[in-house]
Design a protein around this ligand. Sequence first.
Ligand code: NDP
Length: 680
Amino acid sequence: MPVLQSYIAGQWFGKTESKALISAINGTTVAHTHQEEINFREAVAYARNTGVKNMLALDFQQRAATLKALAAYIQERKRELYAISHHTGCTKADSWIDIDGGFGTLFTYASTGRKELPSGNVAHEGPVTQLGKENHFNGTHILVPRRGVSVHINAFNFPIWGMLEKLAPAFLAGMPCIFKPATATSYLTEAAVRVINDSGLLPEGALQLIIGGTGDLLDHLEEQDFVTFTGSASTALKLKSHPNIMAKSIPFNAEADSLNSAIMAPDVSPEDEEFEIFAKEVVKEMTAKAGQKCTAIRRILVPAAHLDTLANTLKSRLANIVVGDPHEEGVRMGALSSRDQLRDVNHAIEQLLETSECVFGRDGSFKPVGQGVENGAFITPHLLINRNPLNDGGAHDIEAFGPVATLMPYSGIDEALTIAAKGKGSLVTTLTTKDPAIAAEMIPVLAAQHGRLQILDAQAAKESTGHGSPLPMLKHGGPGRAGGGEELGGIRAVHHYLQRTAIQGSPSMLAAVTKEYVRGAKVIETDVHPFRRHFDDLQVGESLLTHRRTVTEADIVNFGCLSGDHFYMHFDDIAAKETQFGQRIAHGYFVLSAAAGLFVYPGEGPVLANYGLDTLRFITPVLVGDTIRARLTCKRKIDQGRTSPDGHPQGVVMWDVAVTNQNDELVASYDILTLVAKRQ
Ligand code: NDP
C-alpha cells in the first residue's frame, strides 16, 4: 500500500510506512502515513518567503482567474477522486458534496473575486469620509494582503471541500496555505493535492500539505499569520490557547461541533404538505454522509401533539434506508469514516440513552449489505426520543457524530425557543412553518444563537439546497459551542484574510494609495476626451469638465412627454408650491440624461458599453433657470483579462460623475460602469 507524502517546501516528502489508514467500507489498508518528521520551521519560512512573494506577484484579478482554471482542472480529473472517496465510506451523493462541492466553491470564489476585487493588491473599502470642513483631509479604509502564512487544520469528514473552501478565499487574499487534513482520511486530501500540483497552476509556495501531526508548527507562526480549525471543541480550545497564538494575537477561526436543531412550528399538522417536507429533510440530514456533517440535524423539535405521528413517519422512512457498500445497488447510506468513529458514535448513543429512549436502530437486526462489510465502519440510523427536553444534558450536550438524532416534544413557541437555545450556539436550524408571522416571531430570536437559519415551507422546498449545505455565498459558522468562527459568505471570507487599515490624508494622497479617484484630488485634464482613450491609455483621475446648460420649462415638459412621467412635482404648480421646494423642479432622470448629453463623446470610440450606475443620489433640486454642468472623471480601472463576445480585449472602467449648478452645489452624484476596449 502506498505511503502518503507530505508536500513541503516544494517537494514530496516521506517514504517510510507509519500508521495504516483503513478503508471504512471493508477494513483493508488504503495507505500509510509516513514516519519522517517534517521540519516545520523550514515549511513556514518557505511559505513566508517563496509563497508570499509569488502570490503577490499576481494581483487579485489574476488570482481569481487562477482559481477558475484550477476549478476546471480538478473538475476534469474528478473521477480519480471519486474512486478514492469511496473508501471514506461515501455514497456517490456524499462524494459529490465533498468533490463537486469543493471545486464548485473554487468556481464561486473565482467569480466573486472577479466581480468584487480590484486589479492590484489594494482593495479600497469606501466610502471616503470627509474629515475636514474644506475637503483637504479625508479618511477611508483599505484591505491589503497580510504577507503571512495561513495554516488550516481540518476535520476528517470533508477531505476535499474542507481544503478547497479555505484555499479559495485565502488564495484570493494572497496568503499561502499549509493544510493539515485529519489523518484518518488524509489519503483523499493527498490525492487532491497531487491533482492540484499536476495542474501547475498555483505559484510555487502557495500550498503545502502535512500528513500526520503538526509537531511544533504553531511555535513558528508570527503576527501576520492566520489559523483556521475545524474539528472538536476540545481540540479547538487546546489550539487557540496555544501560548504562541495568544502571545502574538494570531487570528484563530474555529468551527467546532454543533447540536443543530430542526423545529416543526406549532402551525404544522400531519395533514399539511410541510409535515412530509419536514420528515424528508430530517431523514436526508440524518443519513447524508452517514450523519457526519457538522450541520446535520441532531435535535428534532416537534409540537407534543404530533410527536408520535412524526416518530412513526420517520421510523418508516428510516426503515427504507439501505446501508452498506455504496457500490451495491440500492444502497442509500455508506459507512462512518473509520472504526474509531464507529466506536465513538456507539459510545455517544449509549450516553444519549441515559436520557432518551430508542425509537429506531437498536433492535439488533442491522446488517450492512456488501462484501467484506463486516470489517467496515457501518451503523444503522438511530432515532431517539427525549421526553423531557427542558432538562439540560443529553442531546443538548452530547454529539453523536453519525446518523443519530433525538426527537423532543414542546408546547408553545417560547418553549421551542428555550429548547433550541440549549444547544448553546449552533451552526444551523431549520424552521418549518406555513405562517410568515411565526417565522417573523421566531427567526430573530433564533438568529442570536445561530450562524444560519433555513425557513422551510412548501414553496422553498421546491428549490431548497438543504439544511445541511453551507453555501459559498452565505456565511458558515456559528456562535458559542459551534466555535464562534465565520467562513464563506462570499467576499467576507476573503476579507478575513486581509488586513483592514484606516488611512487618513488629503484626497490626492488617498487617490494615489487606493488607485481610485477621490473627489478633491488633483485631476488630469488634456485635450483628448476621456471616452476616446483605450483602456491601456486611460489614467485614473483623467477628467472632463463639460460646458454648461440652462434648464428651461420646455425641458421639463418635453422630458415628461417623452418619458410619460407627469409626477405632480414637475407638472402641478399648485401642488409643487406646497412641497419643501416651493416650486416645480426638473426630473432627476432628466438631470441624468442631460448630464450624459453634456459629457458623452458622440463619435465611435473605445467605450463599448455602459452597463449601469452605482451610488446615484440627487442632492440639490434643479429648478427652471438653473444652469448645470458635469465633471466626468475616471475613478477606477479593473482589468479582468476578458474579451468582448467578438473577441476584443476589454476592461472595466468606473467613472465618477458630479453634476453641479451655477452655485457649484452638487445636484447629482453617481458612478457609471463601462466596458472599454484595449488597444489590440
Ligand atoms: P479533532 O478535533 O480530534 O480533529 C480535528 C483536526 O485537528 C484533525 O485534523 C486532527 O488531526 C487535528 N488535531 C487534533 N489534535 C491536534 C493537536 N493537538 N494539534 C494539532 N492538530 C490536532 O476532531 P475529530 O477528527 O474527532 O472530528 C470530529 C469532530 O469535529 C466532530 O465531533 C464534530 O463535532 C467536529 N466537526 C465540526 C465541523 C464544523 O464545521 N463545525 C465539521 C466536521 C467536524 P488528526 O486527525 O491527525 O488527529
